[in-house]
Design a protein around this ligand. Sequence first.
Ligand code: PLP
Length: 404
Amino acid sequence: MFKINDNYLKLPGSYLFSTIAKKVAAFSEANPDKNIIRLGIGDVTQPLAPAIIHSLHKAVDEMAVKETFRGYAPDLGYEFLRSAIAKNDYQDRGCEIAADEIFVSDGAKCDSGNIQEIFSIDNRIAVCDPVYPVYVDTNVMAGRAGTYDPKAETWSDVIYMPCTAENNFAPDLPKETPDIIYLCFPNNPTGSTITKSQLQDWVDYANKVGAVIIYDAAYEAYISEEDVPHTIYECEGARTCAIELRSFSKNAGFTGTRLGFTVIPKELKCGDVSLHSLWARRHGTKYNGAPYIIQRAGEAVYTPEGKAQLKEQIAYYMKNAKVIYEGLKDMGYTVSGGVNAPYIWLKTPDNMTSWEFFDYLLEKANVVGTPGSGFGPSGEGYFRLTAFGTYENTVAAVERMKKL
Ligand SMILES: *Cc1c(COP(=O)(O)O)cnc(C)c1O
């Protein structure tokens, strides 16, 4: 008789985005004449850039010809893509990362979920609060999170690092010592960043206490300010304590196309055991990377044409971010983010809870956003709007909010 993994039963009932979808569906059924604007879910809306499409077509044609057909991709991913990543994302920024330290994958969500499998169940994890829910959820499923307190909305064995207005949405070093530290900057959902010297403090701390940092840099392409690091490997000592996760989803529109990568430096070890070699066992199989066609599409991201086209795409989203940020500020909201990330984080007015504000905005302005409380207990009383809509919809949403 089969048994299930009890840890799955510990997950609280409803996933944030399915609750939102249900509420929106109910509202639009009751109000079929209302035009709803969605500034909620973190998905891109602009089509793939021409350079990427060109590369995709070419790779598809290669698959039709005996001489250029490809079967299973090599372990770690194709050399052409890993070299382009190593050069453009790391070496050109003065970071010592080699092509064979890069593991190409089908996206950062899978990697951020799977990476915990190489660590003992006895490790304590620390997470920014609020943050992208995948880190905690996957540790719950693995049995590393302890028990859930539905009232506090916290897990007994997780170390929460509040990111609030008091610390400018940048976590303080935790009081209890964690073994695995998840950091996500630019942050989803707050849009906040930390400076290179703040990140250096984390690297120094991790090396001192023997912790590993899992650094999610999915929004690296949105960084506009000088002193914000693009990768953790800009910090000295990061090669002995940090894993970095990257994605092509938010910088190049690959949310449906699927491509990402994980960096594990060769020096990252637990005693004599290299994490690089462990992840190669877990991940470097011929099956769970990304297809040849998609890796060729990723290569196009690093060509001069690709870079120019994607710069425009990011500028488009960041123009939306500015419309939301400045519009809300003019209306008297307390807002942050939106400068190095496509996310705007606002304090709900009149002490509304996150969900009260969600309902209010949906009913009164027909605008959908994301309740901050869905990203962790410190997100209560906050709300996330995203810059991924069209410019026209973004302007219209802000105009509607002005009339409230
Ligand atoms: C969107 C997102 C990702 C995941 O991207 P993939 O589409 O799975 O590559 C990872 N981390 C954060 C913080 C994200 O917001």
